[in-house]
Write a protein that binds this ligand. Structure first.
Ligand SMILES: NC(=O)c1ccc[n+]([C@@H]2O[C@H](COP(=O)([O-])OP(=O)(O)OC[C@H]3O[C@@H](n4cnc5c(N)ncnc54)[C@H](O)[C@@H]3O)[C@@H](O)[C@H]2O)c1
Length: 331
C-alpha cells in the first residue's frame, strides 16, 4: 500500500461535504488502494457539527481513512495537503446581491490561497467548488504564487453531468454511453452546454446531434435546462444541489488524479490561454484531456456562430467578475 496522502475538504460541516467525504473515504476518488488523512476545515461556530461528522466518518469504518483532523485553523488544515476540495463558502442569503456574495466569498478564497501558499505541498491539486467557483479559483491561485496556476481548477463537472444525463434520458441510453459533452465558460447561468461535439455509443458510435435529430431542442431547451438546473433543484428541495455536486467534485478530482480515458475529454474551469477566443487569464471552462495530473485544452473544435455568441457572453461575464474580485482584494 502507498503512503497516506493528506486531503483537505473545506466547508466540511456543510451539505456537499457530507456526501463528498464518504466518496473520498470510500476510495472512489483517489483509488481503492490509496490510504488517506482527511483534513476537515470549517469555521469556529460549526465545530460541534463538524465533530458529529467526524463521529460518522469513524462509524463508516472506512479502511482507507487513517486519520481525521477536524479544525477551524487554516494553518492546520492546509499543512502538507496534496489535494484540496475548496467547498466552504458563504451561501447567498435572501436580499443579497450577486456582488455582495462575490465580495464575501472572494475574501475567503484570498485567505485560503495565502494559506495554501504557506502550508500545502507545492504539487497540491486545488479544486474550487464554492461559488462563484471560477473567480474564486482565480483569486485563490493569485494569492498562492508558489503553486503552479495549472494546479487550480473550478468545478463545471456538475453542469457536464447534468448535460450528459439530459441527452441520455432523451435517447433512452445509459448515461455512460454519452461522452464529450462540453461546458464552456463560467459556472453560472451564462455557461454554454454544448452537445455538438458529443458522441453516443449505442450499437456503433454516432454524434449526439445525429442521434437526437432535433437541433432546435439542442440549442434552446437543452441549454436552458442545464443552465437553470441549480435553481430548479433549489425550488424543489429548498436546498441547493448537494449529492450531485459531491459526485461531480469526486469525478473532477478523480480525472485529475487518474487521467481521462483515451478518446474522451471532460470540462473544467482552468486558467485561459485565450483558446477559442476566450479572454486570457480568467478561469474558463474548456474541454480538457488529462495525463499525469496535467490537463491540456482540446484544440481546433469547430465553433459556429451560435457557439461564438455563447462563448463571448460567458467570457464577458468572467472578465467583469475578475474586475470586481480584484477590486475587493486590493482594498
Ligand atoms: N461549482 C458547482 O457546481 C457548485 C454546485 C453546488 C454548490 N456549489 C457551491 O458550493 C458551496 C458549498 O455548498 P453547500 O451546499 O455545501 O453549502 P453549506 O452552506 O451547506 O456549507 C458550506 C460550509 O462552508 C462553511 N464555511 C463558510 N466559510 C468558510 C470558511 N472561510 N472556511 C471554511 N469553511 C467555511 C460553512 O460554515 C458551512 O459549513 C456554495 O458556495 C455553493 O454555492 C457549487
Amino acid at each position: 500500500m502507498p503512503e497516506p496522502i493528506r486531503v483537505v475538504i473545506t466547508g466540511a460541516a456543510g451539505q456537499i461535504a457530507y456526501s463528498l467525504i464518504y466518496l473520498i473515504g470510500n476510495g472512489d476518488v483517489f483509488g481503492k488502494d490509496q490510504p488517506l488523512i482527511l483534513s476537515l476545515l470549517d469555521i469556529p461556530p460549526m465545530m460541534d457539527v463538524l465533530n458529529g461528522v467526524v463521529m460518522e466518518i469513524y462509524d463508516c469504518a472506512l479502511p482507507l481513512v487513517r486519520e481525521v483532523i477536524p479544525t477551524a485553523d487554516p494553518a492546520v488544515a492546509f499543512k502538507d495537503v496534496e489535494a484540496a476540495f475548496l467547498v466552504g463558502a458563504m451561501p447567498r442569503k435572501q436580499g443579497m446581491e450577486r456582488k455582495d456574495l462575490l465580495s464575501a466569498n472572494v475574501k475567503i478564497f484570498k485567505a485560503q490561497g495565502e494559506a495554501l501558499d504557506k502550508f500545502a505541498k507545492k504539487t497540491v491539486q486545488v479544486l474550487v467548488v464554492g461559488n462563484p467557483a471560477n473567480t474564486n479559483a482565480l483569486i485563490c491561485s493569485k494569492y498562492a504564487p508558489s503553486i503552479p496556476r495549472e494546479n487550480f481548477s473550478a468545478m463545471t463537472r456538475l453542469d457536464q453531468n447534468r448535460a450528459q444525463s439530459q441527452i441520455a434520458v432523451r435517447l433512452n441510453v445509459p448515461v455512460d454511453k454519452v461522452k464529450n459533452v462540453i461546458i464552456w465558460g463560467n459556472h453560472s447561468s451564462t455557461q454554454f452546454p454544448d452537445a455538438r461535439h458529443a458522441i453516443v455509443e449505442s450499437g456503433g458510435t454516432v454524434s449526439a446531434e445525429s442521434a437526437i435529430k432535433d437541433n432546435t431542442w439542442l440549442t434552446t431547451e437543452f441549454v436552458k435546462t442545464v443552465q437553470t438546473r441549480g435553481a430548479a433543484v433549489i425550488a424543489a428541495r429548498k436546498m441547493s444541489s448537494a449529492m450531485s455536486a459531491a459526485k461531480a467534485a469526486g469525478d473532477h478530482m478523480r480525472d485529475i488524479w487518474l487521467g481521462t480515458p483515451s478518446g474522451q475529454h471532460v470540462s473544467m474551469g482552468v486558467i485561459s490561454d485565450g483558446s477559442y477566443g476566450a479572454p486570457k487569464d480568467v478561469i474558463f471552462s474548456f474541454p480538457v484531456t488529462i495525463q499525469n495530473r496535467k490537463w491540456t485544452i482540446v484544440k481546433d473544435l469547430p465553433i459556429n456562430d451560435f457557439a461564438r455568441n455563447m462563448l463571448d457572453a460567458t467570457g464577458k461575464e468572467l472578465e467583469e467578475e475578475r474586475q470586481e474580485a480584484l477590486a475587493v482584494c486590493e482594498n
